[in-house]
Design a protein around this ligand. Structure first.
Ligand SMILES: C[S@@+](CC[C@H](N)C(=O)[O-])C[C@H]1O[C@@H](n2cnc3c(N)ncnc32)[C@H](O)[C@@H]1O
Length: 274
């Protein structure tokens, strides 16, 4: 399939170099549990896997290693500049069984093969309405194939800090506001079970995972998300520039305060079989 040049008017976070450090850290935080769930869901040698919204390739690389010797990953993302970094990450990891394709989730129906395993994390949230994508995913699965998704909820995200800090609450409110403006599927973690059930998926199983950020590097996730969405936060008047810069300084103090820890997005991990 040929690469397409695309833009997504519903995605408000930066792509390419802008967001690669944040996604590297977030992958370090979530991947041990994500990968355990993938293995429990049947990820094993020789599977033909599709990953939707693969970002910088961190999970595609883990999957590619798990399905050797004859398995293949098709990893799609709409952003060409992000995919360039993903291809480089795979090369550095010595992985050659991933085909990175620039494709919008809206065009999943154009894929001309079926898969044993389809995985996605934190992408359908930016592709409302989601139900039709779940239908396409179902059609792309072989009989008894499995779909695994990791979803977040922007409204009831589960964030907290100990001791309580207003910067965390402000961060959550900011992403609810910008998510509403960009028509995000704000509560996907709550609705995805019913979407899978209504589509016809069988043996659906779901559970939750919430990491607790303790190191300064982990806690930069808050500040980096704001910086990497800065252009769209200002464009849509969620902040004025002076207020935003002040808030970024506050987030910096928060991450360097060793006496504060914070619960990040409480994710739903879900799987269902065709
Ligand atoms: C929050 S990142 C998550 C990346 C990756 N799944 C991970 O867990 O590291 C969301 C990704 O979805 C991609 N994306 C957003 N909207 C998309 C769309 N309509 N079609 C394909 N990819 C999309 C973005 O370019 C970005 O790489």
């Amino acid at each position: 399939m040929k690469d397409q040049t695309l833009s997504n008017k519903n995605y408000f976070i930066g792509t390419g170099n802008t967001d690669s450090e944040r996604l590297r850290i977030i992958n370090n935080v979530y991947n041990p549990v994500t990968f355990q769930f993938l293995k429990e869901s049947g990820l094993s040698s020789n599977k033909n896997v599709l990953e939707i919204g693969c970002g910088y390739g961190h999970t595609a690389i883990l999957i590619a290693q798990q399905i050797l010797p004859n398995g293949k990953v098709t990893a799609v993302d709409y952003s060409n500049d992000t995919l360039e970094i993903a291809r480089d990450n795979a090369k550095k990891a010595g992985i050659s069984n991933i085909d990175f394709i620039s494709m919008d989730i809206n065009n999943l129906g154009l894929l001309d093969q079926t898969f044993d395993f389809i995985f996605g994390r934190w992408v359908l949230e930016f592709c409302a309405p989601v139900k039709e994508h779940i239908t396409n995913i179902y059609k792309l699965l072989k009989s008894h194939g499995v779909f695994v998704y990791e979803a977040l909820n922007l409204i009831n995200s589960g964030h907290f800090s100990v001791p309580k800090s207003y910067v965390v609450q402000k961060w959550c409110n900011t992403f609810i506001k910008i998510g509403e403006i960009y028509n995000s599927e704000l509560a996907l973690a709550d609705s995805i079970y019913f979407m899978l059930k209504d589509t016809g998926f069988k043996d659906i199983y779901a559970r939750r995972h919430q990491p607790i950020l303790t190191t300064p590097e982990e806690k930069t996730l808050f500040r980096l998300a704001i910086i990497n969405s800065k252009a769209n936060l200002l464009k849509n008047k969620v902040f004025i520039e002076s207020e935003l810069n002040k808030y970024i300084d506050e987030l910096k103090s928060f991450e360097n305060n060793n006496n504060i820890i914070s619960g990040f997005f409480n994710n739903t991990l879900i799987r269902g079989f065709r």
